[in-house]
Write a protein that binds this ligand. Structure first.
Ligand code: ZN
Length: 308
């Protein structure tokens, strides 16, 4: 059965009035997962990640400085679209801690897979700085934990968020035991993610999509580029940066997917996980900014995980 990790602290990160990465996103996802269809989820509280766990992928000085800068009231701005409120430090520690706990649960065989319903997202966060709504790179913290504490040698991170996960790519580039595969709108924020970026170990696989692309182009990119690379890599654990902002309703981007496409991608990854990883999947919420589309897409994703 699927484990669901979340925590009320993740609602207390507020990047400011009118910001698209708002607490209502997580409320919408959790409301959708309150439906009787999801009664069998094994619901658990996300713990805090430790600074040591986060410092496996981030500069230790950056981690301490970021937590020291969390305001006791008001806001602290980190870049043009990234800011912290008094609840941001705990939210970011819970988000990364959820992924660490999910890795532990799945690798202990307590469940075949887990979904972390958390915010802030993480895939833009670089080793030495927060960026693009992201504070700590939670999926990378989880992958590093799987490697350090569980001895895994091959971990795949698949990112279908509409934005390229520049931070995860940077962290993967120096770790030959990881594979990073991404579909994303290109050219688009954050500017990285060209098909020519492979990294020194050849473990980065970008399958960019053009503005206006939809289901057919997404499934072709995923099926012809990402899935064969995963089959060759033979991951022992499949991690998913599950952003749902490639949905046609999303206000931030121009890819035209619907929830069925996310379900299909999840099925495809479950198939890879069954073939190579004993079925083990750890997924976490990244982007998705239309509340209706986000809730329906996350529900479709989790429904597939529950039946995987
Ligand atoms: Zn995104």
């Amino acid at each position: 059965m699927t484990v669901l990790f979340t925590h009320p602290d993740c609602l207390l990160h507020n990047p400011g009035p009118g910001h698209p990465e708002r607490p209502e996103r997580l409320k919408a996802v959790l409301a959708a997962l309150d439906h009787p269809d999801f009664a069998a989820l094994d619901r658990r509280e996300a713990p805090f990640a430790s600074e040591e766990q986060i410092a496996r992928v981030h500069d230790a000085g950056f981690v301490r400085t970021l937590l020291d800068r969390v305001p006791s009231d008001g806001m602290v701005r980190l870049d043009a679209d990234t800011a912290m409120s008094p609840g941001s430090g705990n939210a970011a520690l819970r988000a990364a801690g959820a992924v660490v706990a999910a890795v532990d649960a799945v690798l202990a065989g307590e469940a075949p897979n887990a979904f972390c319903a958390v915010r802030p997202p993480g895939h833009h966060a670089e080793p030495t700085h927060a960026m693009g709504f992201c504070l700590f790179n939670s999926v990378a913290v989880g992958a590093a934990h799987a490697q350090a504490m569980h001895g895994l040698e091959r971990i795949a991170i698949i990112d279908f968020d509409v934005h390229h996960g520049n931070g995860t790519q940077t962290m993967t580039a120096s770790r030959p035991g990881w594979l990073y595969g991404s579909t994303h709108q290109f050219p688009f924020y954050p500017g990285t993610g060209s098909v020519r970026e492979h990294g020194p170990y050849g473990n980065i696989v970008n399958a960019p999509l053009a503005s206006g692309d939809g289901s057919a182009e997404f499934r072709a990119a995923f099926g012809d580029v990402i899935l064969p690379a995963l089959d060759r890599f033979r991951p022992e654990l499949v991690m998913i940066s599950a952003g749902f902002d490639a949905h046609h309703r999303d206000p931030l981007a121009a890819i035209e997917l619907d929830e069925e496409d996310f379900a299909w991608a999840t099925e495809s990854l479950a198939d890879i996980a069954r073939r190579h990883a004993g079925g083990r999947i750890v997924s976490l919420l990244e982007g998705g900014y239309d509340l209706t589309a986000l809730a329906a897409s996350a529900a479709a994703h989790v429904r597939v995980l529950m039946s995987a």
